[in-house]
Design a binder for this molecule. Structure first.
Ligand code: GDP
Length: 296
């Protein structure tokens, strides 16, 4: 790993520290405080930053630093590794298998990019030879079905929804049944969101999940939600078995530090990121570039 991989403020902090003649606890603390500030600015949850600081202090041996070992390298490595560790919940997400039916339910607040991400996810798999299908179980937002229909039509992906039916559970079940009969291997259920976390939303998610028995529930979060990420992710996890996270709008200014909170709250990995409004602006999540950006 090279210094350039670490972001501006972090590399500056390490640079300043390595310029100091004596590396004592005070100098290391100053450096860690600088890094803490940068991570908080990137929306990493305060508790995670504090725990990371404690871990780094344990890992970084001041005697080694004082003895003139490559200080920069030791600290860089420790920070980088700690952040990567936070993003690794220790077990991979359920991976659907081509040719075998899987139901994947998407959850997230309104505006998080859920509907857009459903199509991106479907399109990504379709390009690889899968037979995906989209079910619109969002009966709350006027225009939700039209949006999904438009996206699906553009991508030539079969879809199911209703302008009349107001029960999201009924639509979800009908859609899943229909596409199972049609031998689709990836049935994607888009659900309602609300502007804020509220009991009715979580109850609805619980019911849709219970009725459709998804193999995977994906929590979609907007990279710019900042410190709200932990509570939001946790609230969804408490009502449905969230098993993966997708972070959207990574093409914007936000560094996406909330993703660390979402992983911590759901104990699930980030699997993809959204990098634009278009269908193909979607990437498999890669820990190292993400952490580098976070530190910038
Ligand atoms: P939903 O309410 O959660 O279903 O959100 P939508 O899918 O309707 O998305 C809300 C807005 O965010 C729309 O204008 C999308 O085009 C936009 N959006 C979604 N994902 C991304 C992304 O990765 N990057 C950018 N720039 N915009 C996105």
């Amino acid at each position: 790993m090279v210094l350039a991989q670490l972001g501006g403020s972090i590399s500056r902090a390490i640079q300043q520290m390595s310029n100091a003649t004596i590396i004592d606890e005070k100098v290391l603390n100053e450096c860690l405080n600088e890094i803490t500030r940068a991570l908080l600015q990137s929306d990493v949850q305060f508790k995670l930053v504090r725990d990371m600081q404690t871990n780094i202090k344990k890992i970084v041996n001041l005697d080694d630093l004082a003895a003139g070992h490559n200080k920069r390298k030791i600290i860089q490595q420790a920070i980088f590794n700690e952040l990567c560790k936070i993003l690794d919940p220790g077990k991979p997400a359920f991976t659907p298998k081509k040719g075998k039916t899987s139901v994947v339910m998407f959850v997230g607040l309104q505006g998080s990019g859920k509907t857009t991400t459903c199509t991106k996810y479907a399109y990504y798999h379709q390009k690889k030879g899968w037979k995906p299908a989209l079910v619109c179980a969002d009966t709350f937002r006027a225009g939700a079905f039209d949006q999904l229909k438009q996206n699906a039509t553009k991508a030539k992906i079969p879809f199911y929804g209703s302008y009349m039916e107001s029960d999201p559970v009924k639509i979800a079940v009908e859609g899943v049944e229909r596409f199972k009969k049609e031998n689709c291997d990836l049935i994607i259920v888009d659900t309602s969101g609300r502007h804020k976390q509220e009991a009715a939303l979580f109850e609805e998610m619980r019911q849709v999940s219970e009725a459709t028995k998804p193999d995977l529930v994906i929590f979609v979060m907007d990279s710019s939600i900042g410190q709200a990420a932990f509570d939001q992710a946790q609230a969804f996890k408490q009502s449905v078995a969230v098993g993966a996270v997708i972070v959207t709008k990574m093409d914007g200014h936000a560094k996406g530090g909330g993703a660390l909170s979402a992983v911590a709250a759901t104990k699930s990995p980030v699997i993809f990121i959204g990098t634009g409004e278009h269908m193909d602006e979607f990437e498999v999540f890669d820990v190292k570039p993400f952490v580098s950006r976070l530190l910038g």
